[in-house]
Design a protein around this ligand. Structure first.
Ligand code: SDX
Length: 429
């Protein structure tokens, strides 16, 4: 017999079906509640609300575990590659050798962007934040690739997905080059995904770019860690935008916009700026005190998470990757890393953080690592967005296979003025 919840309202009982997932919390299906009871439910921030059913990623917040299509993310980060993970997130399976060859070669044929996009970039102020540029140029892809914008055509969905995962690294590198006044570097399809991104970002026309394999491997791991994370703010934004049937490029650009916020994908930039502002381990107590002060808006950036009430498993892999990169650079005793390690130690022994279950999240160590690899802080969120494009597209694809897919249109609790009469201006004293 199927399980149900019963809500009793004004002496009437309403049966609400309970639906079980493969793992994790069951859900109470309230989709018929308003029709039956005339009542909405209210859940600002969606702390107790599932917006959809999905098979892509599962997070166990209490255990601090994360799975992509059932595979532990930390195992994938050690043993797989970002493009394999893209295939896994999009199709539900890791590619066979034959699939891998076709797929990786197909992605390479889309790494260049329409030459006229350069003109689009030229409209920005040179010092623009790369995310200000990317939120615009990703949406502009729909103007340059009008042959793959029909979301009801499976083939067009396929090619727009491959175009986006292939082109966002090129666009991110272009946004960086434009902001520092250097010429754009074309993709080099003899390189793998991350090597190519590094050469487009740090290469110059005057000399052959030398790939640092430790860095490109570290970046591939970082992309895997950032690829997807259930219904986070930016993924939910992509789903809601896409539910209107808008073209794929516009839906994914909505994800870029939401991710940019300092409470979300902008936290890596904010976390490094915070660690630099702390500057020395002797200043840590003052900042921990501020983070605990209700009257001080300061928060420890890179700490806390809506779902993880244990250590973010990605932060553990990120910390090890950080050590690998700093080791490669002979900077094991990097001062900012020492501040981060000491801050983590102090915070995790402090009752405030323990009681509120605030642990380092993925953004706590990523900034130090990316900075050591040569990326400026303004490029941290673009890197996050390049990786999360994989997840955004996976959820976008999943929506079209979901028979329950319909335009998202939340209701509200109205607390404004009750209906009232209009008064002519001449009568308003
Ligand atoms: C990402 O959703 C995802 O999966 C996101 C992400 C992904 O991969 O997509 O994991 C990526 O966005 C990671 C989070 C990056 N953001 C930050 O590091 C910014 C700092 N963290 C916080 O702003 C906060 O922890 C959030 C935004 C991450 C979570 O916010 P919640 O779940 O709404 O929790 P909350 O703000 O209500 O905090 C609960 C309590 C509050 O205290 P009380 O009002 O209960 O007394 O904890 C406190 C907060 O004041 N708190 C912090 C804190 N984070 C929460 N206090 C100090 N420092 C912090 N970092």
């Amino acid at each position: 017999m199927s399980k149900k919840a019963i809500i009793s309202l004004d002496g009437q009982n309403f049966d609400l079906p309970i639906i079980e997932g493969s793992v994790g919390p069951d859900v109470i299906d309230i989709s018929k509640l308003y029709a039956q009871s005339g009542k909405f439910t209210l859940d600002p921030g969606f702390t107790s609300t599932a917006s959809c059913q999905s098979s892509i990623t599962y997070i166990d917040g209490d255990k601090g575990e994360c799975y992509y299509r059932g595979y532990p993310m930390d195992v994938l980060a050690e043993k797989s590659s970002f493009l394999e993970i893209v295939h896994l997130l999009w199709t539900g399976s890791l590619p066979t050798k034959a699939e891998w060859y076709e797929y990786s070669e197909a992605i390479k044929t889309h790494t260049m962007v329409h030459e006229q996009m350069k003109t689009f970039f030229n409209g920005f102020r040179r010092g623009s934040h790369p995310m200000a540029i990317l939120t615009s140029v990703v949406a502009a892809l729909s103007a340059f690739y009008p042959d793959s914008i029909d979301v009801n055509d499976l083939e067009q969905r396929q090619i727009s997905a491959r175009r986006m995962i292939a082109k966002v690294p090129t666009l991110a590198a272009m946004a960086y080059k434009y902001s520092i006044g250097q010429p754009f570097i074309y993709p080099d399809n003899n390189l793998d995904y991350c090597e190519n991104f590094m050469q487009m970002t740090f290469g110059v026309p005057t000399e052959k770019y030398k790939v640092n394999k430790v860095f490109s491997k570290a970046l591939d791991k970082i992309f895997i860690l950032h690829a997807d994370h259930e219904q986070n703010a930016s993924t939910s934004t992509v789903r809601l935008a896409a539910s209107s049937g808008v073209n794929p490029f516009a839906s994914i650009s909505a994800g870029f916009t939401s991710l940019w916020g300092p409470l979300h994908g902008g936290a890596n930039e904010a976390a490094l700026n915070m660690l630099k502002e702390i500057g020395d381990v002797k200043n840590i107590p003052e900042y921990v005190k501020r983070a605990k002060d209700k009257n001080d808006p300061f928060k420890l950036m890179g700490f806390g998470h809506r779902v993880y009430k244990n250590y973010d498993p990605r932060a553990k892999v990120m910390q090890k990757t950080c050590h690998d990169v700093l080791e490669e650079l002979g900077r094991k005793d990097d001062k900012i890393l020492q501040v981060a390690i000491e801050l983590e130690k102090i915070a995790l022994q402090d009752d405030y953080f323990v009681e509120k279950k605030l642990y380092p999240n993925i953004d706590f160590y990523s900034g130090i690592t990316l900075s050591a690899m040569g990326f400026p802080a303004t490029m941290f969120t673009p890197l996050f967005a390049v990786a999360r494009t994989a997840g955004w597209i996976a959820h976008w694809k999943e929506m079209y296979l979901d028979p329950q897919n319909r335009i998202g249109r939340p209701r509200q609790l109205y607390i404004g003025e009750k209906p009232r009469q209009f008064l002519e201006l001449k009568d308003r004293d």
